[in-house]
Design a protein around this ligand. Structure first.
Ligand code: ATP
Ligand code: MG
Length: 498
């Protein structure tokens, strides 16, 4: 045992007050000025908030903070917990750094996916650091963890839900506990926990909290700061400055050109400030960002669409067993409008088809496309054991593109709004392509369709079926009586513009 170990309980106890020194001396790595400032602020503050631009080395430094903290105290007395908005960020962004650094620097212990285990004096493995992410409303996620030395690292802090963010306070109850919260400011969430924390860090009456912003313009690739050589790239890569990994002027210029100087994206992701205003935004960009980075659920009751074995189902996302399958069809009108089909399966929405112009000239082809989508939707609903019939809704029910694959009057699924423009189909019939039907019930005296065209004679025999001598155009029947006023496969004698 070395003198240092005897005195501090750890081989690296001398670096307790200098995380940046630990990174440079023990890990043999280089840092740029802001990374150094952030790391060293953890020693003197209970909360360090770092709103930062894209790619300035936030995750890199957060991982080094975890490795430093777990090595400078006696094993068994220090715990580092890392979290982020999504588990994927914990597992695939921050922890790969830790998994690389520990063996590379010859530090004690070993890492698995999101745990760093160190041998304690009794020969057991002590989990000195681990990563997790908590569901937005899990009030208990940040409770019950206590250690003589505790460091909480919140990466991607801009997206942390308020309940989880405020819950971090439960971990910082007393003794030696600290938090590093680091991330891009959210673009449109004026009351985010991270923004509150950053404001607190600027308040001189809150000396235990400090805010250290890092704008992309602070990047050494832009300021010309004399940054050391990169020590992170594998040997064999030509020697280069770590500034080469940082955002440069070209990136900043292009981003500003693309969005505009005052766009919330530029304010948040380049200048690392919290955008104000944004009133009138119906779908906040943070929702879009959250949806894009959403981790698909797995396990019982969830199915990847492409794993269902259905022809043409190539989508990779996961849907819940029994999900309701619905189609939205927007039929092209005159001119350059688009014919589009979207499909919602449970709480996911997929783009399925878009065509415009001459591609939609042939209404039968358009009809075929919609029918194809309806059949695919129904197969999917069957594969998912969906208890609710598949439903399709068209923007133009009175036209040739008011679709329903059942032969007569699909029922409106329970719980759905009664809308005269909606056309719903019933699952058993949806799997076959039925003969055209006028859609009128047995009580109808005549349907007005040309003789032999309607498949419903058995439904209104009293009136002699549909063998009417009328040559009138098939009526635009009331959707209240039937969900399928016209069949897709019933061509119109003379096309009428919707
Ligand atoms: N001190 C350093 N030495 C060498 N490479 C570094 C250093 N700091 C950051 N890098 C490298 O720069 C790149 C960006 O770093 P990092 O992913 O940590 O940025 P970030 O700010 O977390 O990005 P994002 O905004 O996308 O989350 C990575 O390849 C990282 O390894
Ligand atoms: Mg990052």
């Amino acid at each position: 045992m070395t003198e240092v170990e005897r005195a501090t309980g750890s081989l690296y106890g001398l670096w307790r007050d200098t995380p940046s020194g630990f990174v440079e001396d023990v890990l043999g790595e280089s840092l740029w000025s802001k990374q150094r400032a952030v790391l060293d602020a953890i020693v003197d503050h209970k909360r360090v908030a770092v709103p930062a631009g894209f790619g300035v080395g936030k995750t890199h430094l957060a991982a080094r903070a975890a490795v430093w903290f777990t090595n400078v105290y006696p094993v068994g007395t220090a715990l580092c917990i890392t979290t982020a908005t999504r588990f994927r960020q914990v597992q695939r962004q921050l922890w790969p750094h830790i998994r690389k650094v520990v063996p590379r620097a010859g530090l004690p212990g070993y890492c698995d996916t999101v745990q760093y285990k160190m041998p304690d004096p009794y020969g057991n493995d002590f989990v000195a650091a681990y990563g997790f992410s908590a569901p937005a409303n899990d009030e208990a996620a940040m409770q019950g963890i206590h250690m003589p030395h505790l460091l909480l690292i919140v990466d991607e802090a801009g997206g942390i839900a308020p309940m989880i963010g405020h819950g971090t306070n439960n971990l910082l109850t007393g003794g030696h506990a600290a938090m590093l919260a680091i991330g891009n400011p959210a673009m449109d969430d004026p009351a985010s926990w991270f923004e509150e924390l950053c404001i607190e860090g600027d308040d001189v009456s809150e000396p235990t909290t400090v805010t250290i912003p890092i704008s992309s313009l602070d990047s050494p690739a832009i300021t010309g700061e004399l940054a050391p050589y990169c020590t992170d790239c594998p040997s064999g890569v030509a020697r280069h400055s770590l500034a080469d990994h940082m955002p440069d002027q070209d990136w900043v210029d292009r981003t500003i050109r693309s969005y505009g100087e005052h766009h919330p994206y530029v304010i948040a992701k380049v200048y690392a400030r919290f955008p104000k205003g944004g009133g009138g935004i119906v779908v906040p960009p943070s929702w879009v960002e959250a949806a894009m980075s959403y981790e698909d659920p797995t396990g019982d009751g969830w199915h990847r669409l492409c794993d269902l074995g259905l022809e043409g189902e190539t989508a990779q996302h996961t849907v819940r067993e029994g999900a309701w399958v619905r189609l939205g069809v927007d039929v092209a009108a005159d001119g350059g409008d688009e014919f589009t089909v979207y499909r919602s399966v449970g709480d996911t929405v997929e783009f399925r088809h878009a065509s415009a112009g001459a591609a939609n000239d042939n209404q039968v082809s358009v009809a075929e496309k919609v029918l194809e989508e309806i059949h695919a939707a129904q197969s999917l609903a069957d594969a998912l054991n969906s208890p609710t019939p598949c439903a399709s809704r068209s923007t133009r029910t009175a036209s040739a593109t008011a679709w329903c694959p059942c032969s007569n009057g699909g029922r409106r699924p329970a719980g759905t709004a009664r809308r005269s423009s909606a056309s719903w189909c019933r699952s058993p019939r949806a799997r076959t392509t039925p003969a055209p039907s006028c859609g009128r019930g047995a009580s109808a005296t005549r349907c007005g369709w040309p003789p032999g065209r309607c498949s419903s004679p058995t439904r209104h025999p009293a009136a002699g079926g549909c063998a009417s001598t009328s040559t009138r155009r098939p009526p635009r029947s009331s959707p209240r009586r039937s969900c399928c006023p016209r069949r897709a496969d019933t061509p119109r004698s003379s096309p009428r513009r919707p």
